[in-house]
Design a protein around this ligand. Sequence first.
Ligand SMILES: Cc1cc2nc3c(=O)[nH]c(=O)nc-3n(C[C@H](O)[C@H](O)[C@H](O)COP(=O)(O)OP(=O)(O)OC[C@H]3O[C@@H](n4cnc5c(N)ncnc54)[C@H](O)[C@@H]3O)c2cc1C
Length: 351
Amino acid sequence: MSKPVAKPWLTIIGGGLAGLSLCEALINQFQERLPGRVVIIERGQHCGNNQTYSFFAKRPPMALPYSKFSQWSFSAQGSSQQLLKKGFRFNYYRLRGDDVFAQLVSRINQHPQVELQLGMDAELAQLTSELVVDTRPCDADSMRVKQSFVGAEVEFPNNIDPNTARLMANMRMLDGCFTFDYIIPLSARTALVEVTQFAVEPASVAVLSGYLEQSLQGLGVTSKPLRHEQAVLPMGLTRQYAERLGSQQIRSATGYGYLETKAWARQTALAIMHQQPLNYFGQSARQRWFDGRLLRVIEQQPEQLPRVFMQMARRLSADDFARFMSQPRVLTLLKVMAAVPKRPFLRTFYD
Ligand SMILES: Cc1cc2nc3c(=O)[nH]c(=O)nc-3n(C[C@H](O)[C@H](O)[C@H](O)COP(=O)(O)OP(=O)(O)OC[C@H]3O[C@@H](n4cnc5c(N)ncnc54)[C@H](O)[C@@H]3O)c2cc1C
């Protein structure tokens, strides 16, 4: 007779970056011996994606292949000026989603107390564990502002500068929405080119694909895309997502989520270990306040955004800009407030 399987100690709903990173962080915290069985329920047939994850950091990611960019640039439509900034303490790093997930899945699959259940919808599963952490994404209605993008990995006709990430290129207003191109070199001739919009409403994929086509033409790219990626990501939520603790750990003012999700996973694993209550989000009040003002500008005065971001990029040092995007301290927020044009931000107090 087979031995009955013990009731799980923890169920993690969702085998995305948040769910798998939480499981990995728990294995690290408990030094391999978990208090009980962990079950990860993932609706898809496999974990992972072929997207890229990029972010500012002072040190390279551990144990993963990465690309490093020591310079980043900004430009606005109608101006021939391209602002080029060189980081000293910070670099911009890029990881392949396939590498990130391969490492996480391999660690998890080797652990005797963890079971990854693929092709399993949480709505249909019977959850019997003591603890449940739900990492399913929030719904579009709960996103305060949407960062919508459509991108393609493409081959350029000539060599491109492999050290420069073009973070916000050709900033412009299209159909009343703040729009920019994001161009990340992948090799001497290939790059990921994305057209991104920050807006209250999500952008249609067809419309963004049309803009991407125009941007690619402008860059002289005529080859067929090698790969596509697209998403609508939340910038700020309209309510506390108490029931989905792990979902969308994305910095509201920037749309970056990789390091934030990793940090959330570590904090949550620690809280579970010390039997503390699990909180949704660990942003400081100051950061929430400043991010809230920027979201207000996006909501109410999007036409100001090319000027806001260009001025911010021009007046801040490369490292301060990177710090603002990743782990702002009080001093960084003060420098950002001094750098941005005042009027749009003052208007958010009385509009
Ligand atoms: C295309 C793309 C590019 C990005 N690029 C960057 C970047 O360059 N830099 C950066 O910092 N951040 C980036 N982000 C943001 C950030 O990395 C993501 O927000 C983060 O990966 C989210 O992980 P998650 O686990 O919270 O959510 P998800 O990846 O959405 O995972 C949730 C999981 O839950 C599963 N699920 C949903 N419903 C159910 C159900 N009923 N039952 C069981 N399972 C279910 C889903 O299948 C999914 O696997 C990007 C995001 C995307 C989508």
